[in-house]
Design a protein around this ligand. Structure first.
Ligand code: ADP
Ligand code: MG
Length: 344
């Protein structure tokens, strides 16, 4: 496994993070069935076959999955950040776009990875810190302006998490063909501590932030959009020279989408499905499956419209899939591992 910074040319990085087993799972009698085997491989045991096999560590019940990077409960927030996202910063400063997703079922650690806690901040804050530092260190004939917005997509409607009283916002294309969220709050450079407070507060504004008691509430995507505008200090040009955009996204829980995939087309009409998550899945599939040369319809959902210029092309994408290690999460874990497996 290479650190993100050393694999600058990789267009799509898929990582897998197994969170620690929880008290609740242990109280339910769950055992650990998902293990990281090496830096790129994870194995999952099928607990349905014979529960005693897990305790005997019968290898025949195992299925293995490959990733660009695999993390388990021993991985710190810093390690996850460095091996996935850190390497995107240089490109964003040079005017390229990039997207980082946290994918996985509700309760498996997406928000922990992206937002984290005051003591264990996640990818949002670590990225912004390094971005500011990198800009300071860059040669000073360029002037940079960093701004950020934090929004939610819920039921195909966009809300400003930094100012929810604005109501629902529309997507528009500006004169240069760049997609903008009309009227969204843009916050300019502030210090890392303030950013964390701002994001924590914004996260509380998410529509019914998922709780164990209410799994239906996991259908909102939280999107942190960071824009780096760059212009020359020396030449007297008013026009912006380059714009780099980075999207960092805490996706809605994948449980419904994957169930639907399993049960086929008919389920799609019945269940109220997350359109953005399905459209994103199609876009990522198209990225992975170059040979198939699939047509990608970004217009299918709000999320993919917003990401139109930040998926594929010259943009780099990082997907961090999340699972629980517990036997009671077997079905969801298998779906997530199969979805994210790199060995196709
Ligand atoms: P999701 O956003 O995918 O629904 P969360 O990030 O809210 O899941 O995680 C569920 C619970 O597990 C939270 O209490 C969170 O703090 C904890 N958790 C998740 N991942 C980790 C981790 N890697 N280390 C420690 N605790 C974690
Ligand atoms: Mg969450």
């Amino acid at each position: 496994m290479k650190e993100g910074g050393e694999s600058k040319d990789q267009q799509l990085i898929v990582a897998l993070r197994i969170r620690p087993i929880s008290e609740v799972e242990l109280d339910d009698g769950a055992v650990i069935i998902a293990h990281k085997v090496d830096e790129q491989m994870v194995v999952l045991m099928d607990p349905m076959e014979d529960p005693d096999d897990i305790l005997r560590a019968n290898r025949s019940r195992e299925k293995s999955f490959m990733f660009d990077a695999a993390f388990d409960y021993t991985a710190t927030q810093d390690v996850v950040y460095r091996f996935t996202t850190k390497g995107l910063i240089e490109g964003v400063i040079s005017g390229y776009n990039a997207t980082v997703f946290a994918y996985g079922p509700t309760g498996c650690g997406k928000t922990y990875t992206m937002l984290g806690t005051d003591y264990e901040p996640g990818i949002y804050v670590r990225t912004l810190n390094d971005l500011f530092r990198a800009i300071e260190e860059t040669s000073d004939d360029m002037e940079y302006k960093v701004s950020m917005s934090y929004l939610e997509i819920y039921n195909e409607m966009i809300r400003d998490l930094l100012n929810p009283s604005l109501g629902y916002l529309d997507l528009r294309e500006d004169s240069k063909g760049v997609i903008q969220v009309a009227g969204i709050t843009e916050v300019s450079t502030i210090n890392a501590k303030e950013i964390m407070q701002l994001l924590m507060k914004g996260n509380k504004q998410r529509t019914q932030e998922p709780t164990a008691a209410n799994k239906t509430s996991s259908r909102s995507h939280a999107v942190l959009q960071v824009t780096v505008r760059q212009k020359s200090r020396v030449k007297n040009i008013l026009e912006e020279i380059r714009i780099g955009r980075l999207f960092m996204i805490d996706l809605a829980g994948s449980e419904r989408a994957s169930q639907t995939q399993n049960r086929g087309q008919r389920m799609k009409e019945g269940a109220h499905i997350n359109r953005s998550l399905l459209a994103l899945g199609n876009c990522i599939n198209a990225l992975t499956d170059k040979a198939a040369n699939k047509y990608v319809n970004y217009r299918d959902s709000k999320l993919t419209r917003l990401l139109k210029d930040s998926l594929g092309g010259n943009s780099r994408t990082v997907m961090i899939a999340h699972i629980s290690p517990a036997s009671i999460a077997f079905e969801e874990s298998r779906n997530t591992l199969t979805y994210a497996d790199r060995a196709k």
